[in-house]
Design a protein around this ligand. Structure first.
Ligand code: MG
Length: 388
């Protein structure tokens, strides 16, 4: 998008414009801003000039003059995870409340782009604009593959050596014994301080899969998994039962002390997340920004906070919308983690963030530092722009 400021015509608006042309260099300094406003003689105009209302209306407005679609070069196709992606048709035919790609679709990309523009106009990174107090957040390495427990433990240990403090493992094995063996191997390898979460993915379309991911859980299997998660000090168990099975989700939650997590891309709108929390289904709510958008996530976060629940947004796109998630997470006091797809080596997060001029990188002590430039604070590399 290309933007330009609206034409400023009145003297009062010009004074405001002059002040805004010399904003604080770093951060927001209210006293300095007010001093500049006073020095510019703007304050008396607040009460003296009827033109101020017009100036106020015009001076801060942004006019979008053009929108261009810019295709990017795909540098390398890393393929798919054969043990995870096995039934596309199941995704396509599952719709709306039954899961899949249906349900409410919102123009989320435009919403995020507009917030990026607002941040740039305000000369503030979004997390500061939204009142965030943290300048770094802790991501967890979200895994997708299955494999022998010993291999998964080796991978987890490698991640820990890179600085990662938290991981999510798929509990997609055919048997409870295999699911537990993986969790136990990772716990033993990485020690008691390493944060482990696990995902059953039983909320929606996965129940129709024919592969390992498609093994549906009975209530008893879900309960036994939860009890093993308690023993192994797993931080949360995600999507142990179908999405709209509110009563059994709530019952399971009453019977276990492990946190239950869920509510992803297919739960449309604020009200469904409120239902899930009010009914006691989940301790950690996980709205997806790509289907819900910034405004819904902000509302869900506040509802969760009011109920002393946690929020951890679902994956995002691994690029711009996940960066937007970072800004949101830094804003919320009840968001301890950020999901980051990172199935090393082929699915390492660096492949996704490589599209940015200044890729976000994990610090040695396991954090992502928030971009400090205005708006989202990231820019797509120009050399990836497709020509013609
Ligand atoms: Mg999940």
């Amino acid at each position: 998008m290309q933007i330009e400021k609206a034409v400023v015509t009145s003297p009062a608006a010009q004074k405001i414009k002059d002040v805004r042309a010399d904003p604080p260099k770093r951060g927001w300094n209210r006293r300095r801003f007010l001093q500049k406003i006073a020095a510019a003689g703007v304050v008396p105009l607040l009460t003296e000039s009827p033109a101020f209302a017009e100036a106020q209306h015009d001076a801060g407005r942004i006019k979008i003059t053009d929108i261009k679609v810019q295709q990017l070069i795909v540098e390398k196709d890393w393929g798919t995870y054969t043990d995870y992606v096995g039934a596309h048709t199941a995704i396509l035919y599952g719709g709306g409340r039954e899961g899949g790609l249906g349900g409410v679709q919102r123009p989320v990309g435009i919403e995020i782009a507009l917030w990026d523009l607002i941040g740039k106009a305000a000369n503030q990174p979004l997390y500061k604009l939204w009142g965030g107090t943290r300048d770094r957040i802790m991501p967890y390495s979200s895994m997708f593959k299955l494999g022998p427990s010993s291999q998964r433990a080796e991978t987890a240990l490698e991640l820990k050596s890179q600085g990662w403090k938290a991981i999510k493992l798929k509990s997609h094995y055919a048997t409870l014994k295999e699911d537990v063996a993986q969790l136990e191997a990772v716990r033993n390898a990485c020690g008691p301080d390493f944060i482990i979460t696990t995902d059953g993915n039983k909320a929606g379309f996965s129940v129709s899969f024919q592969g390992t991911r498609g093994v549906p859980w009975s209530f008893q299997r879900a309960l036994e998994t939860a009890k093993e998660c308690e023993r192994l000090e797993v931080f949360w168990l995600e999507e142990p039962l179908p999405r709209y099975d509110f009563e059994r989700l709530a019952e399971l939650n009453r019977l276990t002390t492990v946190n239950l997590a869920g509510g992803e891309a297919q739960n449309p709108g604020v009200q469904e997340f409120r239902w899930l929390l009010e009914k006691g289904c989940f301790d950690v709510i996980q709205p997806e920004i790509n289907t819900q958008g910034v405004a819904v996530l902000q509302k869900v976060a506040v509802i969760a906070e009011s109920m002393e629940k946690l929020i951890c947004p679902h994956l995002g796109d691994g690029r711009l919308s996940t960066v937007c998630d970072m800004h949101l997470v830094a804003t919320w006091p009840n968001a301890p983690l950020l999901e980051c797809s990172n199935e090393i080596p082929e699915g390492a997060y660096e492949h996704s963030y490589a599209v940015f001029e200044e890729p976000i990188k994990l610090t040695k002590d396991g954090y992502f530092e928030l971009p400090t430039k205005p708006g989202l604070g990231v820019a797509i590399r120009k050399d990836l722009y497709k020509k013609g």
